[in-house]
Design a binder for this molecule. Structure first.
Ligand code: NAI
Ligand code: NA
Length: 395
């Protein structure tokens, strides 16, 4: 079939298998071009099909020749209806990993559930014995709690007072003011339940109970801090409370892992266009200004550049360079004072009329479509494609 982008609000309803494969190939080529990383050899990535998780899986496999198991929640295609991008990304990843002689298997299902944890435990037992790196990169708006069956929803709201600021609809370029009402009821607790560290710890407990963590095993989860302008809705908001919890959980897990000389870290990453970040008001405007400045400075990075640097310089480079709260910071280039000062200036002036010029609106929009395999260089979108692409390890 011929597949075109069909958008509704912050989501794109279709995705393109050839474009997704090309994205994966580009990331693989980037990692190969940067040379080998003396890193982990048996890696579990939870949230492995898009964004930072996919980049982590690719970096492990093609940077360190690692065997990888990837867990994610994606939709396969049905006749005439494309699958989700993560499904096509993983199909492409496995294909190229297998061609390179690398072990790669995937599990598609709810990572929050006991069943999927058990499936992964069994797969590690059968195939790898143990793992030496666990990347935790889930981004989800909901979580069904495995003990109670209760469904929790995360929200993106400020805490305490209404937050009013500028935002942009990146499809139209229209800059407008948005007001977001503060969290109420159990919004904060619910968001912490979904995006905090409880599930990360459950994963680590499940693995360690079965002795599946190798001596010296490391686990890393991803967090975000960001600038002053987004603070009320991000870091000081409901999602920030969840990130505080995630970051605190790193210390609890690190204690548990002492028995095997292992460790647990949070890495604070740069703001990037992903499915998760496109849904947060105010952030797209910030990102479009950030990209403009960082591209001008020559310091712009995408997911793969970020994770390549995380692995080669910090995790396996001998210098974690932790901040005062014990976190790895690969948002260092984003958070540079000059960069933030330049954005703060542009922020005041940004309007629908000038944003295309003072911000990287086109870059934002292109990257958004890239997530779904569209507008990828070198892909012939007029060509007939088979939407029924399968992930080799999933029957
Ligand atoms: P993403 O939306 O690209 O990827 C999320 C992954 O989680 C996908 O593989 C998806 O299939 C999987 N997933 C979601 N729900 C699942 C479930 N119930 N069971 C199994 N798999 C599930 O997200 P992104 O942006 O890569 O985020 C990953 C982490 O990085 C998050 O913790 C996020 O807060 C953090 N981060 C994101 C930044 C950004 O700008 N996008 C910046 C800094 C950190
Ligand atoms: Na991810």
């Amino acid at each position: 079939m011929i597949i075109e982008p069909r958008t509704r609000g912050f989501i794109c309803l279709t995705s393109h298998p050839t474009g997704c494969e090309q994205n994966v190939i580009n990331q693989i080529e980037y990692i190969k071009s940067k040379g080998k990383i003396d890193g982990a050899k048996k890696v579990l990535v939870i949230g492995a099909s898009t964004g930072f998780g996919l980049a982590s899986r690719i970096t492990s496999a093609f940077g360190s020749d690692a065997a990888t198991i990837g867990v994610f929640f994606d939709k396969p295609a049905t006749e005439g209806r494309p699958g989700s991008p993560g499904y096509y990304n993983t199909a492409a990843f496995e294909k190229h990993a297998h061609q390179a002689g690398l072990y790669a298997k995937s599990i598609n299902g709810d990572a929050f559930s006991n069943e999927i944890k058990e499936e992964v435990v069994n797969l590690i037992k059968e195939d790898l014995g143990q793992v030496d790196l666990v990347i935790y990169s889930l981004a989800s708006p909901v979580r069904k709690h495995p003990n109670t069956g209760k469904r929790f929803k995360s929200v993106l709201k400020p805490i305490g007072e209404v937050f009013t600021n500028k935002t942009v609809d990146f499809h139209t370029g229209k800059v407008s003011e948005i007001s977001i009402n503060p969290a109420e009821g159990e919004d904060v607790e619910n968001t912490v339940t979904v995006m905090g560290g409880e599930d990360w710890k459950m994963w680590m407990d499940a693995l360690s109970k079965e002795n599946l963590l190798a001596e010296g095993a490391t686990t890393v989860a991803y967090s975000y801090i960001g600038p002053e302008v987004t603070k009320p809705v991000y870091r000081n908001g409901t999602i920030g409370a969840a990130k505080d919890h995630l970051e605190a959980t790193a210390f609890t897990i690190a204690e548990d892992l002492k028995a095997i000389n292992g460790n647990a870290y949070v890495s604070v990453n740069k703001a990037l266009v992903t499915q998760a970040s496109s849904a947060i008001p105010v952030i797209p405007l910030y990102i479009s200004l950030l990209f403009k400045i960082m591209k001008e400075n020559g310091t712009h990075e995408g997911c793969i550049e970020q994770i390549q640097r995380l692995y080669s310089e910090r995790l396996f480079g001998g210098d974690l360079d932790l901040d005062e709260k014990g976190r790895i910071r690969i948002d260092d280039l984003e958070m540079k004072e000059e960069v933030q000062a330049a954005i703060a200036e542009l922020w005041k002036d940004a309007t629908s009329e000038n944003l295309a010029e003072i911000g990287d609106l086109k870059g934002y929009s292109d990257e958004f479509f890239n997530l779904f395999g569209f507008k990828v260089d070198g892909v012939d979108y007029d060509a007939d494609v088979n939407e029924m692409v399968q992930i080799p390890s999933i029957k």
